[in-house]
Design a protein around this ligand. Structure first.
Ligand code: GRF
Length: 217
């Protein structure tokens, strides 16, 4: 059975859907721990109610990112993770951290990468006047929001959208694609090759159309 460790900083709705799908679909995996850098992350309570071990590794009091990331790695590694899932973990990670988990470190970003990296992605999309927007699940590399893309979901941008309405529409799709990709990682159906590309197994590629088209278009 594979070990999944999920990192959050707040609400944790993506984490919740992954926990629920893991249980409902009887994945060959367990959520070994949910770890937050913030003690007040709302998602921690959900994890505790599910009987999942939780840990808080506060970033406060560390002199630099390297020393914080070393502490965080020690806690993560105590759960022997096969897959490490960033689910709204609002920290920029050091190259040392990313390299340690390369190929088993996943993130979801609320835009159609490579568009709109960084924060405020929904406002960026509205300001740019794009007609489609969405979410991307990717392997994490040292380049911020720049790792190889595994799956994307698309939503329309409506004329009367604001940041919040668009975020809600995208979040619905995040909850569809992220658990699916984590399951692929658990089953060894997605990997990162030596050239830094995401490689999908044939049975997964067959399912891509659904993932790509989702979202009411
Ligand atoms: C999501 O929009 C995710 O794409 C981004 O941060 C948000 C986290 O939401 N990285 P939640 O904590 O999973 O509800």
């Amino acid at each position: 059975m594979k070990n999944i460790v999920i990192l959050i900083s707040g609400r944790g709705s993506n984490m919740q859907t992954i926990v629920q799908k893991c249980k409902a679909e009887k994945w060959d995996a367990r959520i070994s721990a949910v770890i937050s850098n913030r003690a007040d992350a709302a998602g921690l309570q959900f994890a505790q109610e599910q009987g999942i071990p939780t840990a808080v590794v506060s970033h406060k009091g560390y002199p630099d990112r390297e020393s914080y990331d070393q502490s965080l790695m020690a806690v993560i590694d105590s759960y022997r993770p096969d897959v490490v899932v960033l689910a709204g973990f609002m920290r920029i990670l050091t190259a040392g951290f990313v390299e340690h988990y390369m190929g088993r470190l996943l993130n979801i970003h609320p835009s159609l990468l490579p568009n709109f990296r960084g924060l405020h992605t929904h406002q960026q999309a509205i300001d740019a006047g794009v007609r489609i927007h969405g979410a991307t699940v990717h392997f994490v590399t040292p380049e911020l929001d720049g790792g190889p893309i595994i799956a994307q979901a698309v939503v329309p941008v409506m004329p009367d959208d604001d940041e919040d309405t668009l975020a809600d529409r995208v979040l619905e799709q995040e909850h569809r694609i992220y658990p699916r990709v984590v399951k692929w990682a658990v089953d060894g159906l997605v990997s990162m090759d030596d050239d830094g590309q995401a490689v999908l197994a044939p049975e997964v590629v067959g399912g891509l159309e659904f993932v790509l088209v989702g979202g009411g278009l």
